[in-house]
Ligand binder design. Structure first.
Ligand SMILES: C[S@@+](CC[C@H](N)C(=O)[O-])C[C@H]1O[C@@H](n2cnc3c(N)ncnc32)[C@H](O)[C@@H]1O
Length: 291
């Protein structure tokens, strides 16, 4: 997918691209290698170690004036227009959104994103705001059920919501292992395609980080910052994200979609990176709204 992202961005050397989901910097490094200048954004404070590593590598490679090739700002991509403006850029030719959590975040048990690792029930990408444990402690059955239904597309949302509230009355739910146990016990028996807790964890993560709200705001802001002819490339990992991107590309007069259907990973790409299995790539070009 990396190659296809780069292709869709149609990089013009020495022009600015915003990598709004820096993560560990894999895409940014590839963009720099193609000659782009990169303004990178991430809301996770732990991105800073990868930023430092990249700066060190640029220094070692003898890049003259590295700040003219690579800049990083910590923040939420919902504020993309402000972040780009504050960085003094008015000629952005590309924006990349590689959505969701990074494998780094998923693999760190203490971040609380994954039901496969025990840790505090946190799920915050940024360092502030209510954690998943806070939501699980305070939400009503109705709120929990609505989140699980809307953001987890969970068929058994009410049943799980009731089980969560009953379990927290017995003892607070503050770890991923306990939440997983509660959901598993509430789940009706029978064949299933994935782990019973997967949808509940997805729903809570989306709520904790307001991921869909941030995506909608970022799509609008992107159209604002791109120069005409500039490209927006979005990698989405579940249908709720992809639907928002698809609708924005369909409804916005200033974004012209480059494909009818999203691009998906090839078997070889999935083998190399299993997360790519659910990836959907959509790209659009900025056009004048009146065009
Ligand atoms: C899938 S990872 C990106 C991986 C990256 N492309 C790389 O090559 O390493 C998504 C990243 O986006 C960040 N992120 C998600 N939502 C964000 C938001 N609303 N604002 C800023 N960063 C966000 C996450 O913290 C995470 O580091």
């Amino acid at each position: 997918m990396l190659e296809r992202c780069l292709e869709a961005l149609a990089i013009v050397p020495d022009t600015w691209v915003v990598d709004a989901t820096f993560g560990a910097g894999g895409h940014t490094r590839a963009l720099l290698a193609r000659g782009a200048r990169v303004l990178a954004i991430d809301q996770d404070p732990r991105s800073s170690e990868h930023v430092e590593a990249l700066r060190t590598d640029l220094g070692r490679a003898g890049v003259a004036d590295p700040a003219e090739r690579f800049r990083f700002v910590g923040g939420n991509f919902r504020d993309l227009a402000h972040l780009v403006h504050d960085a003094g850029l008015d000629d952005v030719r590309g924006v990349l959104l590689d959505l969701g959590v990074s494998s780094m975040q998923l693999d760190e048990g203490e971040r609380g994103f994954a039901f496969r690792h025990d840790g505090p029930l946190d799920m915050r990408m940024a360092a502030s705001g209510p954690s998943a444990a806070d939501l699980v402690r305070e939400a009503s059955v109705e709120e929990l059920a609505a989140w699980l239904h809307r953001y987890g597309e969970e068929r058994h949302s009410r049943r799980i919501a009731r089980a969560i509230v009953a379990a927290r009355d017995a003892a607070p739910i503050v770890t991923t292992a306990r939440l997983k146990e509660v959901v598993q016990a509430a789940y009706p028996p029978g064949p299933r395609r994935d782990h019973p807790a997967r949808r509940t964890f997805q729903a809570l993560r989306l709520v904790v980080n307001d991921e869909l709200g941030a995506l909608e705001a970022a799509l609008a802001a992107t159209a604002e910052v791109l120069v005409p002819g500039g490209r927006l490339v979005v990698l989405a990992y579940h249908s709720l994200e992809d639907r928002i991107v698809k609708r924005a590309f369909r409804d916005r007069a200033d974004l012209r979609p480059l494909q009818k259907r999203p691009l998906e990973a090839t078997e070889a790409e999935v083998e190399a990176n299993p997360r790519a299995r659910s990836a959907k790539l959509r790209a659009a070009e900025k056009v004048e709204a009146s065009a």
